[in-house]
Design a protein around this ligand. Structure first.
Ligand SMILES: Cc1ncc(C[n+]2csc(CCOP(=O)(O)OP(=O)(O)O)c2C)c(N)n1
Length: 809
């Protein structure tokens, strides 16, 4: 424990805290008001969980005043109310630009209650007035059909974080303060939440925070000792072990521990004061004195009873200070009629008559304690990031176009080309500091290294000789091998009104499947709230994909993120598989300009043939899919077969198959369709990008075989097209076969290679007769030749390596 904190409060024999001359100590009147405000917040929290009517207990409480279904989480709530009132004091006293992230977001009643008491709730939802009638509505709406969720949901003004799924609070908080040098985000971390993988690594975010160009995260570990029904680890290790843990993570922890309200108010007031002093000191050192040392930022460890001030004993069992306080500590229903009285005396213990006037409005001397206007945490504009969002300055992506004299005439590495475009985006927006690139140590590996010509990796820890591109001030955050942090930081950055992208290996983006889900849910719900402004899209660049894992193999092969993503609300998700570099440029330009989507872009980094000129690419990407006339020969008649491709590698193999078919079966009428925008395959009734039935039928025909080469798992294409008329669909894609082998052999192992595709055509196009049979035989021979060759030489056949799209007769 920091000994400088010890003499802050002295407790006299009768248990009353006595004032010391310590900074931040509360005078008796202030202490009384702070405590009353806390009681008011606790009162409205309990009211939300339980009451249907009689909000101010003006009548004797009966079962009829209680909601038929009482749900919610009490345990975390009083502690969060305690924190909120102290942060309010700090904001007012120091005119701080601060907002609140509730890690244990299940403590919805606390945040909703405080936002109501400070007046923001009624401004955003005028129907919920600050009087008895409004309080009744506030109580009733909580966890009630047609009302609000029991969590700190998007409906809660001042929140960028739902917290339903625990683990992401600190990452969100850090994302919010990057490039916001005046902002402080107070981040309450549950001690249970702190056991999750993402949260456990998030403490290290402090190695990236610049004291000059970024704001501050003030973590408050809420050590209330329990999770749902278990103790928490951090509450059951020794005090010095806990302190050392946080010091080891680079923080300076300050402890506020106890259960006596007055003592705790004094301790908290003085600790928060101390913490602000320390933050100011760090800023002064870094910003004025230009001292470059990595700061040890302060944090608070608040050890208080779970369900503090709630029922102590219920039916003979201890509740306050135990796991039993986690949700509803007191069941109030027909089966427990005596609990009505206990609920009433619990609520009366907050002395509502001292807190609310005759009309049910918070007493003016208490209302005074809340900050005003945008300084209220519920009204901080950073927590409604779309309000602050400005367009990026976008460079002309055409400057980076690959010159394509004829389809397939040149090769290029798609992400390498994109890297130059991203470099220019970083340059143009450097002064605004509103664009960042995130990645788990893969920016170079994904070939986006061009960005390091103009910026660096942000890094506050020690630097050594031979390090590359590290600097305290950079636009790239890719020096922590944590997909969770990249995702959480980026989400926090976007939610507070900025722009960015996450570059990842395709296989390992699965690590954040669930985080993506939560963000997509957040976007969906905020779309329905007119007061929430749209934010910039969450852009994923999935490179080093399944077909390009020559030195990594099976572990690195998983295109399944796409399957996960497409289940989310159609209003939100977009999936793009550009077949070449020019299409990738066009797609990414679009994604960086878009709002309120999750854009998933899959792109390769190895040299592959380039198909479209930049102008053709722009047209193709705008249409999202289209016939490649130059590869088709069905212009004057109906096709015999549709060869569809989606993804860079399937496009290559489909075109190679087409060239074999056109050489050996020149009379076969082939239509080649390339798909960039995967959601075009869905009906337009399902997705805004979906093709109409008429368009789909005319492109894909209603009965001709479609041989479809797909980047990911074939079932995804079947799922997207299951309502389409043409059921003659045969999809080849990744079927979970892989190892370290040649690029072409990967395709062979998954039947996505040209030889298998040709065989598929022969199998599904009727009446090819013996010409088909001979061609199939040739393809089988080729597959054997391929196998022998790679076993002997360790590389693909020259005819595969050197294959080029020609001009078939
Ligand atoms: C990732 C995740 N796993 C499990 C849960 C279910 N859950 C809800 S609350 C809770 C306990 C949380 O404990 P803590 O973070 O200490 O919060 P508090 O005790 O203050 O309520 C659990 C396990 C969840 N919400 N998220």
């Amino acid at each position: 424990m920091d000994t400088t904190m010890l003499p802050l409060v002295t407790v006299s024999r009768d248990g009353v805290a006595e004032l010391t001359a310590q900074p931040g100590a509360l005078l008796p009147d202030e202490l009384a008001k702070m405590d009353a405000y806390w009681r008011a917040a606790n009162y409205v929290s309990v009211g939300q969980i339980y009451l249907y009517d009689n909000p101010l207990l003006r009548e004797k409480l009966t079962l009829a005043h209680v909601k038929p279904l009482v749900v919610g989480h009490w345990g975390t709530t009083p502690g969060q109310n305690f924190i909120y009132v102290h942060l309010n004091r700090l904001i007012k006293k120091h005119d701080l630009n601060m907002f609140y992230v509730a890690g244990p977001g299940h403590g919805g009643p606390a945040l909703v209650g405080n936002v109501y008491l400070e007046g923001t709730w009624s401004e955003v939802y005028p129907d919920v007035t600050q009087d008895e009638a409004g309080m009744k509505k506030l109580f009733k709406q909580f966890s009630f059909p047609g009302g609000i969720s029991s969590h700190v949901a998007p409906t809660t003004p001042g929140s960028i974080h739902e917290g339903g799924e625990l683990g992401y609070s600190l990452s969100h908080a850090f994302g919010a303060v990057f490039d916001n040098p005046d902002l402080i985000v107070a981040c309450v971390v549950g001690d249970g939440e702190a056991e999750t993988g993402p949260l456990a690594t998030a403490w290290h975010s402090n190695k990236f925070l610049s004291p000059v160009t970024d704001g501050v995260v003030l973590p408050i570990l809420h050590l209330n000792g329990y999770k749902i029904s278990n103790p928490t680890l951090l509450a059951r290790i020794e005090h010095d072990e806990l302190e050392q843990f946080y010091r080891g993570c680079g923080w300076t922890p300050y402890f506020v521990e106890g259960d006596d309200p007055e003592t705790m108010h004094q301790l908290m007031a003085q600790t928060t004061e101390r913490v602000i002093e320390e933050i100011r000191h760090i800023h002064k050192n870094a910003r004025n004195e230009k001292i470059a040392a990595r700061p040890r930022w302060p944090m608070i460890i608040l050890r208080s009873p779970k369900g503090w001030t709630g029922p102590k004993i219920v039916d003979g069992l201890q509740v306050e200070g135990t796991f039993r306080a986690h949700q509803v500590p007191l069941l109030v229903n027909e089966a427990h009629p005596d609990h009505v009285e206990q609920l009433e005396s619990w609520m009366q213990s907050y002395r509502p008559e001292e807190l609310f006037d005759q009309n049910g409005r918070l007493m003016p001397e208490l209302a005074e304690l809340a900050p005003k206007g945008d300084r209220r945490m519920g009204a901080n504009p950073h927590a409604n990031g779309g309000l602050l969002l400005r367009d990026l300055r976008m460079p002309d992506f055409r400057v980076h176009a690959v010159t394509v004299p004829a389809p397939g005439a040149v090769t290029a590495q798609d992400t390498l080309v994109l890297g130059e475009f991203l470099r220019d985006v970083a340059t143009l927006n450097d002064s605004k500091r509103n664009f960042r690139i995130f990645g788990p140590d893969e920016t170079l590996s994904n070939l986006l290294g061009a960005v390091f010509e103009v910026t660096s990796r942000q890094w506050e820890a020690r630097e050594e000789q031979n390090d590359e591109f590290l600097a305290p001030d950079g636009r790239v955050l890719d020096s922590m091998l944590s997909e969770h942090q990249c995702e959480g930081w980026l989400e926090g950055y976007l939610l507070t009104g900025r722009h960015g992208l996450f570059n990842s290996y395709e296989a390992f983006i699965r690590i954040v499947d669930s985080m993506f889900s939560q963000h997509a849910k957040w976007l969906k719900v905020t779309l329905e709230l007119p007061w929430r402004r749209k934010i910039a899209s969450l852009n994923y660049l999935l490179a080093s994909h399944v077909w390009q894992q020559d030195h990594n193999g099976f572990t690195h092969q998983d295109p399944g993120f796409l399957d996960h993503v497409i289940n989310k609300k159609a209003d939100i998700v977009r999936v793009y598989l550009p077949p070449d570099a020019n299409c990738l440029l066009s797609v990414f330009d679009h994604c960086l300009r878009s709002r309120h989507y999750v854009n998933v872009v899959v792109a390769g980094k190895h040299a592959l043939p380039q198909w479209l000129t930049i102008e053709a690419a722009v047209t193709h990407c705008t249409e999202g899919l289209g016939i490649w006339q130059w590869a088709s020969n069905d212009q004057d008649t109906d096709p015999d077969v549709v060869m569809a491709c989606c993804g860079d590698t399937p496009t290559l193999e489909i075109l190679a198959a087409v060239s074999i078919l056109r050489e050996h079966l020149p009379e076969l009428k082939i239509r080649v369709i390339n798909i960039v925008d995967l959601m075009r395959l869905q009906p337009c009734s399902e997705h805004p990008h979906g093709l109409s039935e008429t368009d789909y039928d005319s492109l894909f025909t209603i009965d001709k075989p479609i041989i479809f080469g797909f980047h990911g798992y074939p079932s995804l294409v079947h799922g997207l097209t299951y309502r389409r008329a043409n059921r003659n669909l045969h999809v080849r894609g990744y079927k979970e076969e892989g190892t370290i082998t040649t690029a072409f052999d990967m395709r062979v192992q998954n039947d996505l290679d040209r030889f298998h595709l040709v065989r598929d055509v022969v199998d599904h196009v009727p009446n090819l007769g013996s010409r088909g049979t001979y061609l199939k035989q040739l393809m089988a021979d080729k597959l054997i030749e391929h196998k022998h060759y790679i076993d002997l030489h360790g590389e693909d056949l020259p005819e595969i390596r050197n294959w080029k799209w020609g001009n078939p007769a």
